[in-house]
Design a protein around this ligand. Structure first.
Ligand SMILES: O=C(O)CCC(=O)C(=O)O
Length: 287
């Protein structure tokens, strides 16, 4: 069997080339409609349980919370979500896009943009984390069609090639940096991506991306999974929950129960860490 046949879901050369050039690419046909429905229902259940205590309307929330309801590490609390995250398809696609033999789970999360929710500010993901320029890719999986009216994503083509720029404080604790006007960018016009349910969009850790406000009357339901190449090290001491939980020190290899190797697919399903993070909202510190 060739290495390519061994992939759980083989990507064409044109998809991989487009990702390398643009820093983002859409793929389709990975999950069947039935699977997507089961996956979406599991994520809905988990978000509903984690947010049941929060009865605030969107306009009463903080600026950050108005961009999305954020629930992290659903693979640790929901068996069905765990099956989808760990079944090898997404991880093998991530390895192909990054052109690496092995990837670990970095994080997964539900990002539900409520009706009336504001835009997500343009930013790069990777500058939030102490991982330097480790190869990193995120997959954005919508459970319904997404348009400019209900929270579509937009990406700046080629921006990943510029590397890490000033981090953008999307939490609005401080004024967010206007990254689209960074002098290092040669291209600064985001390309909007409207997608059908069943399509998903992959972006590199340094690709500048943003999302539109949700002016529709329904929640935009999205789940994302981020993969990091195996064999990378922690580059500094910024508090970072998955690294701190697994006691990964500066200079240590990134590894541990919370960041399992998912490609090549492990022979046994990964063990769920005993210690859980917060169930709702952003979290960087071990509690
Ligand atoms: O879905 C959104 O509104 C933002 C998503 C995002 O920033 C990401 O997936 O990295």
């Amino acid at each position: 069997m060739s290495a390519e046949e061994a992939f759980s879901h083989t990507l064409s050369k044109s998809v991989i080339d487009q990702f390398s050039a643009d820093g983002f690419v859409a793929t389709a046909g990975v999950f069947s409609a039935t699977e997507l429905e089961r996956f979406g229902t599991a994520v809905d259940d988990e978000v509903r349980q984690r947010t049941a205590h929060d009865l605030r309307k969107v306009e009463a929330k903080s600026t950050y919370e108005q961009s999305f309801v954020q629930c992290m590490r659903l693979w640790e609390t929901n068996d069905l979500v765990r099956d989808f995250v760990c079944d090898g398809r997404l991880a093998s696609m991530a390895a192909q896009l990054l052109k690496v033999p092995s990837v670990r789970l970095w994080q997964d999360q539900a990002l539900f943009k409520e009706a009336g929710g504001r835009e997500t500010d343009p930013h790069q993901d990777q500058t939030f984390w102490p991982i330097g320029s480790a190869p990193l890719v995120s997959v954005w999986i919508p459970f319904d069609a997404v348009t400019r009216d209900n929270g579509a994503m937009a990406y700046v083509p080629g921006s990943h090639l510029v590397g890490g720029l000033r981090p953008v404080d999307i939490t609005h604790t401080t004024k967010p940096y206007d990254i689209l006007n960074d002098a290092k960018l040669t291209e600064r016009t985001p390309r909007w991506m409207e997608v059908q349910a069943g399509e998903m969009i992959w972006h590199h850790g340094f690709t500048i991306h943003q999302a539109a406000a949700n002016t529709s009357n329904a929640t935009r339901r999205v789940f994302t999974v981020v993969f990091i190449a195996d064999g990378c090290t922690r580059t500094n001491a910024w508090p970072t929950f998955p690294l701190d939980r697994d006691q990964v020190g500066v200079g240590d290899a990134i590894a541990g129960d919370g960041m399992p190797v998912l490609w090549p697919k492990p022979s046994e399903p990964p063990k769920v860490p005993e210690q859980r993070g917060v169930l709702l909202g952003v979290q960087s510190r071990v509690l």
